[in-house]
Design a protein around this ligand. Structure first.
Ligand code: IPD
Length: 264
């Protein structure tokens, strides 16, 4: 049987190295940056350097295996593809908020089998291998045992385009009275890891790139979360990502649909 754990070791080692580079570059990266889809969607020199480092190391350790990365692109193929977000949470990085990551996943036929999400600012490492569970710094993770929607903590995010953001804001306003509280933390990979650790009971967002969810989604599902990835839940919208503790997953899903989440 295919054992994905050696791929986690590779993702972990490369993630740590890229994370160290990202930390070293912070002082210079924050004074010179470009924008992408909108003027608020930023890319720093550290995003580019981190992706370059990951690509170089993968080509040395796993020659010939294709890479999809946020900054340089690529395609997902049949067989193995590495999926890389060189800095997830770039806006947090820019502002010095320590909630950003280097996220590296291995996907087999488009499905994540191994992943590592490294927090450069704290040195914390989140990992998962399909069928072998998920871990924070080696300690096993488990989702929360919550069963009450009204007592659950919901993580969420915004798209960059202002017109879509307005519609999302209306949805989140509707959700705010149905749950205990909501958090917009700014790094999707770590939001998904937070569901795995029970720090959030659920998380939902539209418009993520594959690099945002590939590793964190596996960390969440291996910790017992119900996970819906883009393309799998038309009711939530074609580009929705959703993760929730099983005790509130159905209710949370229905509440999101009722609040118009699927139509933003
Ligand atoms: C972003 C973060 C953010 C999410 C955005 C993503 P990036 O990733 O994950 O939390 O709301 O949709 O694009 O651009 O910092 O890699």
């Amino acid at each position: 049987m295919f054992d994905p754990r050696p791929l986690v070791d590779i993702a972990t080692a490369i993630g740590r190295e890229a994370g160290a580079l990202v930390q070293r570059m912070r002082a210079s990266a924050v004074v010179s940056f470009d924008t992408k889809s909108t003027s608020t969607d930023v890319v720093t020199a550290a995003d580019r350097a981190s992706e370059q480092l990951v690509r170089t190391r993968l080509s040395e350790l796993r020659p010939g295996e294709p890479v999809l990365g946020e900054e340089e692109g690529g395609t997902v193929v049949e067989g193995l593809t590495w999926v890389v977000d060189p800095i997830d949470g770039t806006v947090n990085y820019l502002y010095g908020i320590p909630w950003y990551s280097v996220s590296i996943a291995a996907q087999l036929d488009g499905e994540s089998v191994a992943g590592a999400v490294f927090e450069p600012a704290t040195g914390r490492m989140w990992t998962a291998a399909r069928g072998y569970g998920s871990f924070l710094d080696g300690s096993p993770l488990r989702v929360s045992a919550t069963t009450e929607l009204s007592l659950s903590l919901l993580g969420y995010g915004f798209a960059y385009r202002p017109e879509r953001r307005q519609r999302q804001a209306d949805t989140w306003a509707g959700m705010s009275t149905r749950v205990r509280d909501m958090r917009r933390a700014g790094a999707a990979s770590l939001d998904l890891c937070s569901v795995a650790a029970g720090r959030l009971d659920a998380y939902a967002e539209h418009g993520l790139g594959r690099w945002d969810w590939a590793a964190g989604g596996l960390v969440a599902s291996e910790a017992g979360a119900v996970v819906r990835l883009p393309g799998s839940s038309p009711e939530l919208g074609q580009d929705a990502t959703f993760a929730a503790a099983p005790g509130i997953a159905d209710e949370m899903y229905d509440a999101l649909v009722e609040s118009g989440f699927g139509k933003v």
